[in-house]
Design a protein around this ligand. Structure first.
Ligand code: 4UW
Length: 569
């Protein structure tokens, strides 16, 4: 056997290759999508309760496109960097840029100045849109890369200051008074190559890279999910239908990450559902929102599911309206899964699995199963073709273990500015996932291990190579290796093995407090340059040397085992 396909009987419709994402989401009447009732909002702002209806979403997108085109000359291939928490105008910004032929590069809103600078430089962004709490970081980063401050815009958040910056709402209002932009239409086939997003991922190795996601990738994944969930089949008699117009999902997943962007935003809006937009995750805040907005759908990452199972505050709230919980982006333990089942006896609960490079969902639990099978990441969705590549390079069949390699209409094109990494990861139209899996004959996909270098900390990628670069900038570090160590809440956390410079080693010889000083200084150094989830929560361990192969490649596995032993001791 050389290929394994989805066992789903659902039929994937033809995927339009001549539509931009906003045209697909907002303009075309598509018979396969549930009709949106005029009285069902698309978005609700969790903080203010403001509701945004379909027509308003559409007109705001057009207004913003007008303003971006006339006042900022945004057009073909311009990259606009979105450095923001979730906001009701987040999709407005995305789709306005897309309507002009531009590209969106989303960034984590908690990034440090250095991390934002890196992404601004890498993408050559010509416009930056931020959330007001990032004024200082953003202006410093913009200055550092030479982006004029009049090209930094800010989303409107009540009771916050936008400094001297122009706000998005101000521009939308100005843009609504004119009709100036000309819609960037795609020629037949062009959707396959016209870029929509540059999202960052480390892939299987190295530092974060810009994943080139074309318009068709997002459209395809939405249609694959729709087919998988039989959204377009008349099964109205199923009271249990998974996604119904009027269902309300909590939007705590960050929209800058591919899971939130494609599933929580594009797919759920396609389902004519309502998404409650939450700028910053806070567990008890989420419980309150679940009650306030009568939430039916939770899209979560494993640590949030852990809180749901263990946090004492859960008992204080009536969350019985929840009938769907999807968890993914990192492994979910059997224990948590079982607890979820017990806590929500009537809900649909299961895992999804995906990756930035496959522009998102690769598998999700079957629509016919109310509950996913514990330990399984679900079944391949329609349109996905999988190969299981064994360690000897041959292809495995059902129940054989190997690296999952995936072909799908949603696959990204490669890494925009890294030809070598593209060659290594995107092979003959397939993406190497770096995940070790087994596919059972009934179609269930089990993720056995992660064979790639990256760690997943609370569902976020952390690239060891990136942290090793930062560590090497510290004066006392001559060599290092970063590995993940297991952690109950975060899944895993980074830990560093460090070799001191000869100077530093001499300085602290026989002085344990001196060594402690260096350890603290290293921890602070990383904390000063990197976002919170990349901090060395697993600690720093000093070693004489880093084990390497004769060709100089880090033997990361050896240190990963050492780290596990240290944690046990
Ligand atoms: N079990 C074990 C899982 C799982 C997993 C992902 O940051 P990225 O590039 O992308 C993501 C995407 C997550 C996602 C997308 C759509 C979806 O429906 C869903 O289900 C809830 C989740 O995280 O990291 C990709 C890597 O994250 C790991 C795996 O190593 C993968 O290559 N990963 N989902 N259920 N591991």
């Amino acid at each position: 056997m050389d290929e394994i396909r989805s066992v789903s009987t659902a039929k994937l419709p033809e995927i339009p290759d001549n539509l931009s994402i906003p045209q697909f989401q907002l303009d075309v009447a598509d018979l396969t999508r549930p009709p949106r009732h005029a009285n069902i909002p698309c978005l609700i702002d969790d903080a203010t309760g403001k509701q945004v209806y379909f027509e308003e979403l559409r007109s705001r997108t057009q207004g913003f496109a007008n303003a971006l085109s006339t006042l900022y000359s945004i057009g073909e291939e311009d990259v606009v960097l979105l450095f923001s928490r979730n906001h009701i105008d987040y999709p407005v910004a995305i789709w306005a840029v897309h309507r002009l032929g531009g590209i969106i590069s989303p960034a984590n809103p908690d990034f440090s100045r250095q991390e934002l600078e890196f992404q601004l430089r890498a993408t050559k962004a010509t416009l930056l849109i931020i959330y007001p709490d990032a004024l200082d970081v953003s202006t410093a980063a913009a200055k550092a890369v030479g982006l004029p401050l009049d090209r930094v815009l800010v989303f409107d958040v009540p009771n916050t200051s936008a400094g001297n910056l122009v706000t998005v709402d101000n521009l939308v209002q100005r843009g609504l008074r004119v009709k100036a932009f000309s819609e960037r239409r795609l020629r037949p086939g062009e959707g396959k190559t016209k870029l929509a997003f540059l999202s960052f991922s480390s892939g299987t190795t190295g530092t974060p890279k810009d994943v080139a996601i074309p318009h068709i990738a997002v459209i395809a994944n939405v249609l694959q999910l729709a087919a998988h969930s039989k959204l377009n089949e008349d099964y109205a008699e199923w009271k249990d239908r998974r996604y119904r117009p009027g269902d309300v999902a909590i939007g705590v997943l960050p929209l800058y990450h591919i899971y939130g962007l494609v599933v929580n935003l594009h797919f759920l809006l396609y389902c004519a559902m309502t998404v409650v937009v939450v700028p910053k995750f806070n567990f008890e805040g989420m419980l309150k929102s679940i009650v306030r907005h009568k939430i039916t759908h939770l899209m979560l990452v494993p640590p949030q599911a852990v809180l749901l199972c263990k946090h004492p505050a859960v008992k204080k709230y009536d969350i019985s309206g929840i009938r769907y919980i999807m968890v993914g982006a990192a492994p979910l333990s059997d224990e948590v899964n079982q607890k979820l089942f017990a806590l929500f006896p009537d809900a649909h609960i299961g895992q999804g699995y995906g990756m930035t490079e496959t522009c998102t969902v690769t598998s999700i639990w079957a629509i016919e199963h109310k509950r996913g099978i514990s330990g399984s990441a679900g079944q391949l969705i329609p349109g996905v073709i999988a190969r299981v590549v064994k360690t000897d390079g041959t292809l495995g069949g059902y129940n054989e273990i190997g690296e999952l390699v995936v072909k799908a209409p949603s696959n990204a094109l490669g890494y925009y500015s890294n030809a070598q990494a593209t060659k290594d990861t995107f092979v003959d139209g397939y993406v190497r996932t770096g995940d070790e899996v087994r596919i059972a004959p009934d179609g269930e996909l089990y993720i056995i291990d992660r064979i790639k270098e990256i760690m997943k900390v609370r569902g976020f990628q952390v690239a060891p190579a990136e942290l090793e670069g930062t560590l090497l900038d510290h004066n006392d570090v001559s060599d290092c290796c970063v590995v993940g160590v297991p952690d109950d809440y975060s899944g895993e956390v980074p830990m560093a093995f460090v070799v001191l410079t000869v100077d530093a080693a001499n300085r602290v010889k026989g002085k344990p407090e001196g060594l402690e000083g260096i350890r603290t200084s290293i921890l602070k150094h990383v904390a000063g340059h990197k976002i919170g989830y990349k901090h060395l929560a697993g600690g720093v361990e000093f070693v004489e040397s880093i084990p390497k192969t004769p060709s100089g490649k880090l033997l990361r596995r050896v240190l990963r085992e050492r780290a596990k032993e240290l944690k046990k001791a």
